[in-house]
Design a protein around this ligand. Structure first.
Ligand code: DHB
Ligand code: FE
Length: 292
């Protein structure tokens, strides 16, 4: 059976992708940010997942304001990196996994999540920057990727609770796929940031740290945060954080925090990052249960 073994949360700031592509990761501005991902890169290289589900938002790239799916599932065999105005990022094409994606479509829709099925789609920085952060600059991405898009661009986005429940349904869908696949799930976007209007540049480390703690230890509490609180505390684009709840919902209630990184600023944004493992995925620790 396929199963989800770990979750990764990370911001997907486009300037991070540009810094990687332009060889700037060792510059003083960027070095502290990228240092915080080194452990994660080693961790995922050792884990060698068979597949990644990447929960991200399309930034009016594949979907214009003419069609705005609340949740969309990428069922195609491949997804080309999009040209977002500066040419396509020179990153490998993203190969999908139509077999599992169609299985997920069936399981999720029959579970009453009315996802939009996408058979052709280009993927923007929301998906490719997290892959670069975790996998570096390979000739080919090390595993297939199933994109899950969430609308956080046009009001109303889905609630945090709906996102958590979607994560749970994704976990069930993956768990009923009859192939031995070790799957990781990414939740991307965030943390506090506002790119527009009077409060452009807003960053709120107190809110971000509270959110990181709640996401790990109190996912139901994190899922209860209303849209207005994200808007007020984390800025208009801070609403991207609901996508981290999809990732969290796909994991066990109790998880092991393998790594955390928080850095300000990247572009106009606070960058947050978590690596979480399901407890059952870890080898039992020596001496466990023998406290005398
Ligand atoms: C920016 C864009 C994003 O989509 C995001 O999540 C963070 C920052 C930006 O344009 O700086
Ligand atoms: Fe974004």
């Amino acid at each position: 059976m396929a199963r989800i073994v770990a979750g990764i949360a990370t911001s997907h700031v486009p300037a991070i992708g540009a810094a990687i592509d332009q060889g700037k990761t060792d510059e003083p501005y960027w070095q502290p940010l990228f240092r915080g991902f080194e452990k994660s890169r080693q961790w995922i290289a050792a884990l060698q997942p068979d597949l990644a589900i990447v929960v991200y938002n399309d930034h009016a790239t594949a979907f214009s304001l003419e069609v705005i799916p609340t949740f969309a599932l990428g069922c195609a065999a491949e997804f080309a990196p999009a040209d977002e105005g500066w040419g396509r990022r020179k990153v490998p094409i993203v190969y999908g996994h139509p077999e599992l994606a169609w299985h997920m479509a069936q399981s999720l829709i029959l579970d009453e999540f009315d996802l939009t099925i996408v058979n052709r789609m280009e993927v923007d920085h929301g998906l490719t920057v997290p892959l670069s952060l975790l996998f570096g600059q390979p000739q080919r991405w090390p595993c297939p990727v199933i994109p899950v898009c969430v609308n956080v661009v046009q009001y109303p986005p889905p609630t945090g609770n709906r996102c958590l429940q979607l994560g749970r349904a994704i976990r069930k869908a993956v768990g009923s796929f009859d192939r031995d696949l070790r799957v990781v799930i990414f939740g991307t976007g965030g943390m506090s940031h506002q790119l527009q209007a009077e409060r452009a540049g807003l960053i709120n480390p107190e809110f971000d740290r509270r959110f990181l703690d709640a996401l790990v230890h109190d996912p139901r509490g994190a899922a209860a945060i209303p849209h207005i609180e994200y808007l007020r505390e984390a800025g208009s684009e801070g609403i991207e954080l609901v996508m981290w709840l999809v990732m969290r919902g796909a994991l066990d209630d109790r998880v092991t925090e393998i790594h955390r990184h928080y850095h300000v600023p990247a572009s106009n944004t606070a960058v947050g990052h978590l690596v979480l493992e399901n407890a059952a995925s870890q080898p039992p620790s020596v001496g466990h249960g023998h406290r005398n």
